[in-house]
Design a protein around this ligand. Structure first.
Ligand code: C2E
Ligand code: MG
Ligand code: MG
Length: 249
């Protein structure tokens, strides 16, 4: 696994009911020497089996820290970025990745609230892992790193997780918006109310058209992410997109 073959893409996350500048999610791409650009769905599960995903996640996190650090050094504003964390990390006995993530944030002097760790709902399928996950979330919070639950709503143990885990953000699964109907919007609206009642922010994923944006705004969803605002893009393209949007707010 050569690091130079991996490229970080950023996808916009946009606020709906407030005029704050956008945020981003970091998504990895594999620039394969013969196969071309490969999307994570085609290699993450393989990397989870062979353990390489742990190094990859830390690499993505460090690259994001480097980017924000460089912008700060150049007196440019910085934007919050979320990074995905594989469930494979939880298999390690000592969970040393937690300290590694925290020390990278310190090394690159990233202010609190600028970094977020996304964990998919499927990370917590086993109850026995909950204490370790709680410890991890506490450690991140103590060090100014936010935590989100990714792809929420189509897994198995959703509501139990909300009771147990003190996450900051819930990302509603893109599947909600596929073949949407009246039921979809009833679930989404009530889910957003539930999340807000628990003090959590909401992000809707997979937003592709204006009608969805309007419905989500009415439902008071905090942020949206999807092709409607922007696909995942190379960092330089994202910066251009970000600065134009920020300046037009
Ligand atoms: P995710 O974290 O839920 O990321 C969102 C995925 O939805 C991305 O797919 C993004 O391209 C796609 N997406 C966003 N908006 C839309 C839309 O409007 N329509 C459609 N059809 N798709 C949309 P991507 O980049 O292929 O990533 C797939 C998954 O791979 C991610 O899902 C995440 O679970 C995983 N992944 C990506 N990068 C990393 C990484 O650095 N580390 C780990 N552990 N997993 C990663
Ligand atoms: Mg994600
Ligand atoms: Mg997701």
């Amino acid at each position: 696994m050569k690091k130079e073959n991996f490229e970080i893409y950023l996808q916009p996350k946009v606020y709906l009911n407030q005029n704050d500048p956008p945020c981003a999610e970091a998504l990895i791409r594999w620039n394969h020497p013969t196969e071309g650009l490969i999307c994570p769905s085609d290699f993450i599960s393989l990397f989870e089996k062979n353990g390489k995903v742990c190094r990859l996640d830390l690499y993505v996190f460090e690259k994001v820290c480097e980017l924000l650090h460089t912008r700060s050094q150049n007196k440019k504003d910085i934007f919050p970025v979320s990074v995905n964390l594989s469930k494979a990390h939880l298999n390690s006995e000592n969970m040393e990745f937690i300290d590694k993530i925290i020390s990278l944030k310190k090394k690159y002097e990233i202010p609190d609230g600028m970094l977020e760790i996304e964990m998919t709902e499927s990370i917590m399928i086993e109850d026995s892992q909950l204490p370790a996950i709680k410890k991890m979330i506490d450690a991140f919070h103590r060090n100014g790193i936010l935590c989100s639950l990714d792809d929420f709503g189509f897994g198995f143990s959703s509501l139990g997780i909300l009771k147990s885990l003190d996450v900051d953000v819930i990302k509603l699964d893109r599947k909600f918006l596929i073949d949407e109907n009246e039921k979809t919007w009833f679930i989404v609206l009530n889910f957003i109310t539930l999340a807000h009642g628990l003090g959590m922010k909401t992000v809707a994923e997979g937003v592709e058209d204006r009608n969805q944006v309007d419905c989500l705004r009415t439902a008071e969803c905090d942020m949206v992410q999807g092709y409607f605002y922007g696909k995942p893009m190379p960092i330089s393209d994202f910066i251009q997109w970000y600065e134009t949007r920020r300046d037009n707010l």
